[in-house]
Design a protein around this ligand. Structure first.
Ligand SMILES: *Cc1c(COP(=O)(O)O)cnc(C)c1O
Length: 354
């Protein structure tokens, strides 16, 4: 299927000025296509960024039948535009769609759509180190009906906007609060899918911990309240004795992050040992207290790596690596961003240039 382009390249020079708050400024165009059961995906097009027209009874607005993705385009040191593992996002989008009873999007059409949008709006890809163009593929249920049941009609759209360097002053550790009463997701539920309801459900906990000065919530499993799952919208890694990287095994309620997967693939080539395990929070905290755990960090597309300096659990703060960014976090951050920006050779086939 060919994608119609309705728009001209913009002249915006992607310098990503600091006044662009992440997620609040968008490029000039968007991709859009509509689905009907009779005709499948129709009229794929790139058009000027604009408001959607939805019936107030549209299923997405009532029952949250929606999914999304998050990936980035990077301007490389030789001025190419790089996407990082876009097919991994496209496949995860389809897995989320399946869980939410939404239609699949052809992988090639989706990749062509991403490329068509980023190509047209490429002047929006910042040239500042650490900055990027954040891309948000989305699918929503549009059938005007309040009767509970999967929608018949859907809209797939993609928007994009500049994202500044997450860490302007270098990697800075964050304080994290371990949720002891709130839970994010349960096995058998939708925690594995990137679907809006998961994030709405986490807002109250985030609000409460932020009032106490913590930047993120660490989630424990919903059944026993004992096993480590994720931190905010990131996966989490623990480093034992500066060399062994341990992350929770995918449990059915953890979002399978692409950054997590990249670390599990990359780290062994850099001489680290990696393990995916079920991690008991009491053991983790004891290993922090004894100094066996030398670093903790979150990982996700937005920050790449986000060191954790403090973990708060049941009235007590546990400080990690003297609240400093550790060498392993820094090493992985430099390697991953090196591949994304073309400073380091990509031996994994992860980078897809436009
Ligand atoms: C998106 C997301 C992640 C990180 O996934 P990446 O593919 O690495 O960006 C982790 N946890 C949650 C809950 C997420 O939504």
């Amino acid at each position: 299927m060919t994608i119609t382009i309705k728009g001209k390249p913009s002249n915006e020079r992607g310098t990503c000025p600091a006044q662009y708050r992440f997620g609040e400024t968008f490029s000039d165009h968007m991709y859009m296509s509509e689905y009907t059961p009779e005709h499948g995906w129709q009229n794929p097009r790139v058009i000027p960024y604009q408001a959607l027209s939805l019936d107030p009874s549209a299923a997405v607005l009532h029952y949250s039948q929606e999914i999304f993705e998050g990936l980035k385009a990077y301007r490389s040191i030789d001025n190419q535009i790089n996407l990082f593992r876009p097919l991994a996002n496209i496949k995860r989008f389809n897995r989320s769609a399946q869980r939410m009873v939404m239609p699949q999007v052809d992988e090639k059409l989706h990749l062509d759509a991403l490329k068509a949008l980023v190509r047209l709006d490429q002047e929006w890809v910042p040239n500042e180190q650490g900055a990027s163009l954040y891309i948000r593929p989305t699918m929503i249920a549009t059938s005007p009906k309040l009767g509970l049941g999967a929608s018949m009609n859907y809209t797939h759209y993609i928007i994009a906007g500049p994202a500044g360097n997450y860490f302007t002053g270098g990697l800075v550790p964050i304080p994290v609060y371990i949720a002891d009463s709130f839970r994010r997701a349960v096995k058998g539920g939708v925690g594995e899918a990137k679907t809006g309801g998961n994030y709405a459900a986490s807002l109250l906990a985030s609000e409460q911990v932020s009032q106490q000065g913590y930047a993120q919530v660490l989630w424990l499993d919903a059944i026993e309240g004992r096993y480590v799952e994720e931190v905010g919208a990131m996966n989490i890694c623990f480093v034992y004795e500066n060399k062994h990287i341990v992350t929770p095994a995918l449990s059915g309620s953890i979002l399978p992050g692409i950054t997590r997967d990249s670390i599990l693939t990359l780290a062994p080539t850099l001489g680290y040992e990696v393990s995916e395990l079920r991690l008991d929070i009491e053991v983790i905290l004891a290993d922090i207290a004894s100094g066996k755990i030398t670093e903790v960090f979150g990982c996700g597309t937005a920050a790449v790596i986000s060191p954790v300096g403090t973990l708060h659990y049941k009235e007590k703060d546990y400080v990690i690596n003297q609240n400093q960014t550790g060498d392993v976090a820094k090493h992985l951050y430099d390697q991953l961003t090196g591949i994304q920006y073309g400073r380091i050779e990509d031996t994994f086939g992860w980078v897809e240039s436009l």
